[in-house]
Design a protein around this ligand. Structure first.
Ligand code: APR
Length: 323
């Protein structure tokens, strides 16, 4: 059986979950890469050994990568590379605390993607995600459509879950999305939320909506506070798989994701040269379209705050890496 190749750099909690879901859905063969000796090999074998029960012929293989890029040549021919390598958030640690530690990791992984698989579409998961996507972009210098971050699908999934549970309706009928940076000041876009086509604002009080918005923004932190030794990985793994599926099947899903805002779009969004979560069409050509949002005054204020935090972190990275 011939399936496309998806590589996942970082075979930790999120990376393994991505590999498992892609394999269960038989979307691709999955190649895992990790610095810790044996981890990628062990996990890929373990996942593959479960596949007969799901009737999936996805093939999986793992590689230990060295400090000098050993084994990265196995990235060759990847249609998609998912980057989850890095350190996860610990309790009390903000996404920004991870900035410098993870940017070094992403930079070196991106250099290897550029060397061995420059045509791949890249999805960045490592936090702080908008900034890591920017860093990978700077190294890879790909076309705008070939690189994106994962955040919006995850945050929107959380938002939809909380709305559905509150109203006791099926999650299927809840349309809701989150834009802005994948940080504590992300912008759940209430005005565009609907349940079976009915605007959310007609179904729920402002107080209740505000509570859900706050919980959505803190959704990642809420899970960290329970897990104590790591961060969310089930929903992140599923969210990446949704994006991979839309690319490989050219489904043209409309989701939110950090995409490069440049040119006229960059000016419209006041975020030129940054990756910030916006509604996109994701298909066989990666980010096939970036949609413009109509902001009211308050939404624009929230958006600008979120963008300014992304901008600050990008500047820190530029200084750190002397870009
Ligand atoms: N190259 C390859 N793999 C690396 C490298 C590197 N240079 N550095 C670290 N790793 C691997 C680690 O060995 C580990 O297996 O990345 C993996 C990260 O996995 P976890 O620690 O389990 O973290 P996870 O929960 O998967 O989160 C990964 O995604 O959601 C974000 O905030 C999260 O940035 C974090 C990332």
């Amino acid at each position: 059986m011939s399936l496309p190749k998806v590589s996942v750099i970082g075979a930790g909690q999120v990376g393994a979950m991505v590999a498992e879901h892609i394999a269960i859905k038989e979307l691709a063969d999955v190649y895992l890469f990790d610095v810790v000796d044996g981890v990628a090999k062990g996990k890929s074998l373990d996942i593959m050994e479960g596949m007969p029960h799901w009737k999936s012929d996805s093939f999986l293989e793992g590689f230990t990568v060295g400090q000098n890029g050993e084994n990265y040549e196995n990235l060759k021919g990847s249609e998609i590379v998912v980057m989850t390598a890095g350190l996860a958030r610990k309790p009390g640690m903000s996404r920004d605390d991870l900035l410098y530690k993870n940017v070094d990791i992403i930079k070196s992984a991106a250099e290897n993607i550029k060397k061995y698989s420059p045509e791949s579409t890249v999805i960045v998961v490592t936090n702080p995600m908008d900034i890591m996507t920017y860093a990978a972009y700077r190294v890879l210098n790909p076309k705008r459509n070939k690189i994106m971050g994962m955040g919006g699908t995850l945050d929107s999934g959380r938002f939809r879950t909380f709305i559905a549970k509150e109203l006791r309706v099926s999650v299927e009928d809840v349309t809701a999305f989150v834009v802005g940076g994948h940080g504590d000041d992300m912008v759940p876009f209430v005005r565009y939320c609907s349940v079976g086509g009915i605007p959310l604002t007609e179904l729920m009080s402002k107080e209740k909506i505000d509570q859900i918005v706050t919980r959505t923004r803190g959704g990642g932190g809420e899970i960290v506070s329970y897990l104590k030794t790591g961060s969310a990985y089930y929903a992140p793994g599923i969210s990446v798989t949704v994006m991979v599926e839309s690319i490989l099947k050219d489904k043209k899903r409309v989701i939110t994701a950090p995409a490069l805002l440049d040119g006229e779009l960059g000016q419209y969004y006041g975020a030129t040269g940054l990756f910030v979560g916006v509604p996109i069409k994701i298909g066989g050509n990666g980010v096939e379209e970036i949609y413009k949002m109509n902001f009211d005054e308050e939404e624009r204020r929230l958006w600008n705050t979120s963008v300014s935090h992304v901008h600050e972190s990008v500047q820190k990275v530029n200084t750190y890496l002397r870009w």
